[in-house]
Design a protein around this ligand. Structure first.
Ligand code: BDR
Ligand code: CA
Length: 324
């Protein structure tokens, strides 16, 4: 099988960590590097958390590169209220020492993208990508496919009535990425809250995970406990929405989400700051620069996600359809 090379640009983050786990367990893709951006956690904390995930996976051979420390124009607002004060659900796992990278994240992206076609799975604010556009447009345009967890079409926002966190945190970066895709006749895959909100890790699914693979289950239990409490308090959900793994799953299996092509623009000012304005009715008469996902096959997602991260065959997930 030909493995597609990917860079995972992320801000770990609880659900980013689950996404990295899925990516590393999927033969269809080869993670050639993990780049960290400020988002859920400040970059140094995100770097530390990515190392903890790699240690858990026995994959400290995967290089991690530290990226931008703040959004391109706006003040940085982290999401530690959602992800815990250590960015990993207040699991306080021990740090991983002795793991240095010489290059920054944007230089790493520029060097590999100039040399070969690599896809980028963006799971955090788009600051690293915006700086890449400024520093090495040719490299940015050489991205094979750009898949982004971010934005929302009809679903409400998660940090304002209309805005999703990744695009709200650095709206100028997201706007630059979408505008650049438009100007160059390319399409970004937008995996927004319309679909990710349907991916809820419930206590029952977590219990199933622990029974199928106690070691991995213990790790997931530790990093999601805070996230469960947060969702109960703020959204009155018993469970937690795991946005980022859906984006990796979609990259692997296009039948997991369905959507439509549209022109999308990101608002950079005012009360709708960070909103992804999806021109589904083609008012602007502009070519599509995005594939906007609106439907998700939840069972198909969980079958892929659990079988990969727990090392079980999909057909062994015998009660899955009864518990989602
Ligand atoms: C996105 O923001 C972060 O909290 C998550 O990691 C995800 O990437 C959801 O809005
Ligand atoms: Ca994220």
């Amino acid at each position: 099988m030909e493995r597609r090379k990917v860079i995972i640009d992320c801000d770990p983050g609880i659900d980013d960590s689950l996404a990295i786990m899925l990516a590393l367990k999927s033969e269809e893709i080869e993670v050639i590097g993990i780049t960290i951006v400020c988002g859920n956690a400040p970059v140094e904390m995100g770097f530390g958390n990515a190392k903890k995930v790699l240690r858990q996976m026995g994959r400290l051979d995967v290089p991690i590169f530290v990226g931008e420390k703040r959004p391109v124009r706006r003040e940085y607002v982290n999401a530690l209220d959602t992800h815990g004060e250590d960015g990993l659900g207040e699991s306080y796992l021990s740090e991983v020492d002795g793991y240095e990278q010489q290059m920054d994240a944007v230089d790493f992206m520029a060097s590999v993208l100039k040399a070969e076609k690599v896809s980028v799975i963006a799971l955090g604010p788009m600051t690293n990508l915006a700086v890449l556009i400024d520093r090495a447009m040719d490299a940015f345009l050489n991205i094979e496919e750009l898949v982004s967890m971010g934005g929302t079409f009809k679903s409400h926002g998660n940090c304002s009535p209309v805005a999703e966190y990744n695009y709200w945190c650095d709206p100028d970066a997201a706007a630059l990425v979408y505008d650049t895709m438009y100007e160059n006749g390319k399409k970004i895959h937008m995996i927004g809250l319309d679909v990710t909100r349907k991916i809820v890790l419930t206590p029952t699914i977590l219990e199933y995970i622990c029974r199928l693979n106690p070691e991995t289950g213990d790790f997931i239990r530790k990093i999601t406990k805070f996230y469960f409490d947060f969702h109960w308090q703020w959204e009155h959900i018993i469970g937690c929405v795991i946005n980022d793994p859906l984006t990796v799953a979609y990259f692997i299996d296009r039948n997991i989400c369905q959507g439509f092509d549209s022109y999308v623009q990101i608002e950079t000012q005012g009360i709708s700051l960070g909103q992804s304005v999806v021109d589904s009715m083609n008012f602007y008469r502009k070519e599509a620069n995005a594939k906007v996902m609106t439907e998700v096959d939840v069972l198909r997602f969980f079958r892929l996600f659990l079988s990969r991260i727990l090392d079980v065959k999909p057909e062994e997930l015998d009660i899955l359809q009864d518990i989602i």
